[in-house]
Design a protein around this ligand. Structure first.
Ligand SMILES: Nc1ncnc2c1ncn2[C@@H]1O[C@H](COP(=O)(O)OP(=O)(O)OP(=O)(O)O)[C@@H](O)[C@H]1O
Ligand SMILES: [Mg+2]
Length: 183
Protein backbone atom coordinates (compact mmCIF):
# COMPACT_ATOMS: atom_id res chain seq x y z
CA UNK A 1 0.00 0.00 0.00
CA UNK A 2 1.19 3.50 -0.77
CA UNK A 3 0.80 5.58 2.34
CA UNK A 4 0.65 8.89 0.48
CA UNK A 5 -2.25 7.63 -1.67
CA UNK A 6 -4.10 6.30 1.37
CA UNK A 7 -3.64 9.66 3.08
CA UNK A 8 -4.94 11.51 0.02
CA UNK A 9 -8.04 9.30 -0.07
CA UNK A 10 -8.70 10.10 3.59
CA UNK A 11 -8.37 13.85 3.13
CA UNK A 12 -12.09 14.27 2.42
CA UNK A 13 -13.24 11.66 4.96
CA UNK A 14 -14.89 13.31 7.98
CA UNK A 15 -13.53 10.45 10.08
CA UNK A 16 -10.02 10.76 8.66
CA UNK A 17 -8.12 10.48 11.97
CA UNK A 18 -10.01 7.48 13.35
CA UNK A 19 -10.01 5.31 10.22
CA UNK A 20 -7.39 2.85 11.53
CA UNK A 21 -9.02 2.85 14.99
CA UNK A 22 -12.32 1.69 13.49
CA UNK A 23 -10.66 -0.72 11.06
CA UNK A 24 -8.76 -2.33 13.94
CA UNK A 25 -11.92 -2.61 15.99
CA UNK A 26 -13.61 -4.44 13.11
CA UNK A 27 -10.65 -6.60 12.00
CA UNK A 28 -8.64 -7.37 15.09
CA UNK A 29 -9.85 -10.95 15.35
CA UNK A 30 -10.43 -11.62 11.64
CA UNK A 31 -6.80 -10.70 10.90
CA UNK A 32 -5.55 -12.55 14.00
CA UNK A 33 -3.98 -9.35 15.29
CA UNK A 34 -4.99 -10.24 18.83
CA UNK A 35 -2.25 -12.90 18.92
CA UNK A 36 0.45 -10.24 19.13
CA UNK A 37 1.68 -8.86 22.43
CA UNK A 38 2.85 -5.62 20.81
CA UNK A 39 2.19 -3.88 17.51
CA UNK A 40 4.78 -1.28 16.54
CA UNK A 41 3.85 1.43 14.04
CA UNK A 42 6.90 3.24 12.67
CA UNK A 43 5.81 6.72 11.60
CA UNK A 44 7.25 9.70 9.81
CA UNK A 45 8.21 12.53 12.14
CA UNK A 46 5.13 14.57 11.17
CA UNK A 47 1.56 15.08 12.31
CA UNK A 48 -0.11 14.06 9.04
CA UNK A 49 -3.19 11.87 8.59
CA UNK A 50 -1.26 8.58 8.74
CA UNK A 51 0.53 9.61 11.92
CA UNK A 52 -2.72 10.84 13.51
CA UNK A 53 -4.30 7.44 12.74
CA UNK A 54 -1.32 5.66 14.30
CA UNK A 55 -1.49 7.84 17.41
CA UNK A 56 -5.23 7.18 17.77
CA UNK A 57 -4.71 3.40 18.07
CA UNK A 58 -1.61 3.62 20.27
CA UNK A 59 -1.16 3.30 24.00
CA UNK A 60 2.39 4.58 23.98
CA UNK A 61 4.28 7.00 21.71
CA UNK A 62 8.05 7.15 21.53
CA UNK A 63 9.67 10.13 19.90
CA UNK A 64 13.42 10.27 19.56
CA UNK A 65 15.18 13.41 20.70
CA UNK A 66 18.64 14.06 19.31
CA UNK A 67 21.17 16.57 20.65
CA UNK A 68 20.83 19.80 18.65
CA UNK A 69 19.90 23.44 19.11
CA UNK A 70 16.33 22.55 18.10
CA UNK A 71 15.83 19.54 20.37
CA UNK A 72 13.70 21.36 22.95
CA UNK A 73 11.69 23.20 20.35
CA UNK A 74 10.88 19.91 18.62
CA UNK A 75 9.96 18.28 21.94
CA UNK A 76 7.69 21.13 23.00
CA UNK A 77 6.13 21.31 19.56
CA UNK A 78 5.15 17.63 19.65
CA UNK A 79 3.75 17.98 23.20
CA UNK A 80 1.59 20.95 22.17
CA UNK A 81 0.35 19.29 18.98
CA UNK A 82 -0.58 16.11 20.84
CA UNK A 83 -2.56 18.08 23.44
CA UNK A 84 -4.36 19.96 20.65
CA UNK A 85 -5.09 16.67 18.91
CA UNK A 86 -6.51 15.17 22.11
CA UNK A 87 -9.05 18.02 22.16
CA UNK A 88 -10.22 17.40 18.59
CA UNK A 89 -11.16 13.73 19.03
CA UNK A 90 -13.60 13.58 21.91
CA UNK A 91 -16.68 11.54 22.72
CA UNK A 92 -19.82 13.31 23.77
CA UNK A 93 -21.35 13.99 26.20
CA UNK A 94 -18.43 13.11 28.50
CA UNK A 95 -15.91 15.00 26.30
CA UNK A 96 -13.34 12.29 27.11
CA UNK A 97 -10.62 12.15 24.49
CA UNK A 98 -10.21 9.08 22.29
CA UNK A 99 -6.52 9.94 22.07
CA UNK A 100 -5.18 8.29 25.20
CA UNK A 101 -1.58 7.57 24.17
CA UNK A 102 1.18 8.47 26.61
CA UNK A 103 4.06 10.38 25.05
CA UNK A 104 7.68 9.50 25.86
CA UNK A 105 10.93 10.89 24.55
CA UNK A 106 13.93 8.75 23.80
CA UNK A 107 17.31 10.53 23.65
CA UNK A 108 19.16 9.14 20.63
CA UNK A 109 22.61 9.56 19.10
CA UNK A 110 24.06 10.52 22.46
CA UNK A 111 27.82 11.06 22.37
CA UNK A 112 29.72 10.66 25.60
CA UNK A 113 32.26 13.34 24.74
CA UNK A 114 30.25 16.33 23.47
CA UNK A 115 28.77 19.34 25.27
CA UNK A 116 25.53 19.16 23.27
CA UNK A 117 24.82 15.59 24.44
CA UNK A 118 25.77 16.38 28.02
CA UNK A 119 23.61 19.52 28.09
CA UNK A 120 20.65 17.63 26.68
CA UNK A 121 20.88 14.82 29.23
CA UNK A 122 21.27 17.28 32.11
CA UNK A 123 18.28 19.35 30.96
CA UNK A 124 16.10 16.24 30.64
CA UNK A 125 17.27 14.64 33.88
CA UNK A 126 14.11 15.23 35.91
CA UNK A 127 11.66 14.91 33.04
CA UNK A 128 9.42 11.90 33.68
CA UNK A 129 8.54 11.65 29.98
CA UNK A 130 12.16 10.87 29.07
CA UNK A 131 13.08 7.20 28.87
CA UNK A 132 16.63 5.78 28.73
CA UNK A 133 19.06 6.74 25.99
CA UNK A 134 20.66 5.31 22.87
CA UNK A 135 24.31 6.19 22.31
CA UNK A 136 25.69 7.34 18.96
CA UNK A 137 27.18 4.11 17.65
CA UNK A 138 28.80 3.14 14.38
CA UNK A 139 27.17 -0.33 14.60
CA UNK A 140 23.87 1.26 13.46
CA UNK A 141 25.45 2.10 10.13
CA UNK A 142 26.63 -1.49 9.73
CA UNK A 143 23.18 -2.89 10.48
CA UNK A 144 21.05 -4.47 7.73
CA UNK A 145 17.58 -5.99 7.63
CA UNK A 146 19.09 -9.43 8.27
CA UNK A 147 21.63 -8.28 10.82
CA UNK A 148 20.07 -5.64 13.00
CA UNK A 149 21.67 -4.14 16.08
CA UNK A 150 19.42 -6.45 18.12
CA UNK A 151 20.85 -9.45 16.20
CA UNK A 152 24.35 -8.15 16.92
CA UNK A 153 23.51 -7.94 20.61
CA UNK A 154 23.00 -11.73 20.69
CA UNK A 155 26.47 -12.45 19.26
CA UNK A 156 28.83 -13.06 22.09
CA UNK A 157 32.01 -11.59 20.57
CA UNK A 158 30.30 -8.38 19.44
CA UNK A 159 28.45 -8.07 22.69
CA UNK A 160 31.69 -8.46 24.58
CA UNK A 161 33.51 -5.90 22.43
CA UNK A 162 30.78 -3.28 22.82
CA UNK A 163 29.68 -4.22 26.30
CA UNK A 164 28.82 -0.79 27.67
CA UNK A 165 26.83 0.17 24.55
CA UNK A 166 24.74 -3.03 24.64
CA UNK A 167 24.24 -2.64 28.36
CA UNK A 168 22.80 0.89 27.89
CA UNK A 169 20.74 -0.30 24.91
CA UNK A 170 19.20 -3.27 26.70
CA UNK A 171 18.49 -1.18 29.79
CA UNK A 172 16.72 1.35 27.55
CA UNK A 173 14.73 -1.37 25.76
CA UNK A 174 13.65 -2.78 29.12
CA UNK A 175 12.46 0.66 30.18
CA UNK A 176 10.50 1.06 26.92
CA UNK A 177 8.86 -2.30 27.48
CA UNK A 178 8.03 -1.44 31.07
CA UNK A 179 6.24 1.83 30.27
CA UNK A 180 4.47 0.13 27.37
CA UNK A 181 3.25 -2.68 29.62
CA UNK A 182 2.02 -0.13 32.15
CA UNK A 183 0.09 2.01 29.67
N1 LIG B 1 22.16 5.96 17.80
C1 LIG B 1 22.61 6.02 16.54
N2 LIG B 1 23.93 5.93 16.28
C2 LIG B 1 24.40 5.98 15.01
N3 LIG B 1 23.63 6.11 13.94
C3 LIG B 1 22.31 6.21 14.12
C4 LIG B 1 21.72 6.17 15.42
N4 LIG B 1 20.39 6.29 15.28
C5 LIG B 1 20.15 6.39 13.95
N5 LIG B 1 21.29 6.35 13.26
C6 LIG B 1 21.47 6.40 11.80
O1 LIG B 1 20.70 7.45 11.26
C7 LIG B 1 20.07 7.02 10.06
C8 LIG B 1 18.59 7.25 10.13
O2 LIG B 1 18.08 6.48 11.19
P1 LIG B 1 16.58 5.96 11.17
O3 LIG B 1 16.35 5.13 9.95
O4 LIG B 1 16.31 5.33 12.47
O5 LIG B 1 15.86 7.34 11.07
P2 LIG B 1 14.44 7.70 10.49
O6 LIG B 1 14.24 9.11 10.88
O7 LIG B 1 13.47 6.68 10.93
O8 LIG B 1 14.67 7.63 8.94
P3 LIG B 1 13.77 6.97 7.78
O9 LIG B 1 13.36 8.12 6.95
O10 LIG B 1 14.73 6.08 7.07
O11 LIG B 1 12.64 6.23 8.41
C9 LIG B 1 20.44 5.57 9.85
O12 LIG B 1 21.42 5.48 8.87
C10 LIG B 1 20.97 5.10 11.17
O13 LIG B 1 22.03 4.20 10.99
MG1 LIG C 1 12.19 5.47 10.15
Amino acid sequence: MRLDEAERRLETNPNQNMFLYEWLGENLEAKYLDKYDYIILDCRPDFGIATRNAIAVSHTLFSSITPSDFAFEAKENLEIRLEQYRKTEIVRPSRDSLITAQLYFLPNMIKHNTMKSKELLIALKNDASVIGQIPQKELFNRATKNDTVIDMMTKFSLNDEHRSFFSILSDTLNQLQKVTDNS
